[in-house]
Structure formats: C-alpha cells, structure tokens
Design a protein around this ligand. Structure first.
Ligand SMILES: CC(C)(COP(=O)(O)OP(=O)(O)OC[C@H]1O[C@@H](n2cnc3c(N)ncnc32)[C@H](O)[C@@H]1OP(=O)(O)O)[C@@H](O)C(=O)NCCC(=O)NCCS
Length: 157
C-alpha cells in the first residue's frame, strides 16, 4: 500500500487495487466520463479503485511494459471532484511505477493537458512514443490521433 494523502473533504477514502467485482462500476464510471472502456476487462488488475464505503468514486490504471508505463482511465465521480482525489490517484500510480522500476510514465489525453502538466507531465511528440506505448490499444485505436501524448520521468531511489 502506498502512502498517498487522501483529501480530508472526502472522509475515509481508500485507494486499493481493483478486483473483478469492481469491473461493472468502473466501466460505468469511465462511460460517464466519456473515457474508452473496450480494452478494460482483460486488464482490470491494472486498475486502482478509490473506495468510499461500498462505492467506487474514482479510478485510474497503470499498464506496465518493462521500463515504461501507461497511466490511463483517470476518472473521479462528478460529486467528488475538486477535492484532490484525481491528484491522489495519480500520485498512487507514480509511486506504483517507482515500485515497479518504471523509468517513464506516459499518458494520452484529449482535454486534460493542463491538468497533467500541473502533475509534472510534459508533452511529447507522438512520433517519439516508445514502441510499447505505440502498441497499446489506447494509442492504436481508442484515443483519437489528436490526443496529446505526455510523459513524466520517474526518479528511482
Ligand atoms: C480530471 C479529473 C480526474 C480530475 O479529478 P479531481 O478529483 O477533480 O482532480 P483534483 O481535485 O486533483 O484537481 C481539480 C482541479 O483540476 C482542474 N481540472 C479538472 N479537469 C481538468 C482538465 N480537463 N483540464 C485542466 N484542469 C482540469 C479543476 O478545474 C480543478 O482546478 P482547481 O483546483 O483550480 O479548482 C476529473 O475531472 C474527471 O474525472 N474528468 C473526466 C475524465 C477525464 O477527463 N480524465 C482525464 C483524462 S484520462
């Protein structure tokens, strides 16, 4: 379990690896946020669930490929936004990337470039994407060609 600050306004929220039982609610949350869901079921183990009681109010995933990772599917339920939960979920993923000895975390986004820039990600030319990222379904099919590729390097201890 990583040491991530949970926003006080949200009470006792827990960030935990998702289980197969979480899949339906995660899919519904991503759909409500207009994020791709076609490739989620086979990789549900890559997802983190933000739990408030029995409810899942946020999610994010880290797909990992040796030394690079793909942060994807960051979503917070509309009623729980603007309290820092999105930031907490990203910090969890970055700590998990460090644990897995991932050197660079990439993501694709259509309209949250400014959000991720505040979290330390910088824009990268799509032509420079590592092969592992280029081969993901997110890169090849699910995100439009206009989506911006961003990267954050992970300092290893
Ligand atoms: C993006 C998202 C995860 C942020 O969740 P959150 O818990 O509200 O995030 P935080 O509390 O850490 O940050 C909130 C701040 O980010 C800003 N923000 C939210 N979405 C943003 C966006 N697309 N671009 C720029 N800033 C954004 C908010 O306006 C707020 O700003 P403020 O602190 O000045 O009020 C949430 O808005 C969401 O689920 N959006 C739909 C799905 C999505 O776009 N996911 C990201 C692409 S994968």
């Amino acid at each position: 379990m990583h040491q991530v600050r949970i926003p006080e306004a949200l009470g006792s929220v827990l960030l935990q690896p998702a289980t197969h039982d979480d899949l339906p609610v995660i899919l519904r949350l991503l759909e409500r946020c207009d994020l791709p869901i076609d490739d989620v079921p086979p990789i549900v183990e890559d997802f983190i669930a933000a739990r408030s009681g029995d409810a899942v109010i946020g999610t994010v995933a880290l797909e990992s490929f040796a030394s690079v990772g793909l942060l994807r599917s960051l979503a917070v339920d509309a009623d729980s936004r603007k309290h820092g939960l999105g930031r907490s979920l990203c910090e969890y993923v970055l700590q998990e990337a460090r644990r897995r000895a991932i050197g660079s975390v990439y993501l694709l986004t259509t309209d949250a470039v400014g959000y991720f820039a505040k979290l330390g990600f910088h824009e990268v030319d799509r032509a420079l994407a590592p092969d592992a990222i280029r081969e993901t379904q997110q890169f090849r099919e699910l995100c439009p060609d206009s989506a911006t590729l961003m990267c954050r390097h992970i300092r290893q201890p």
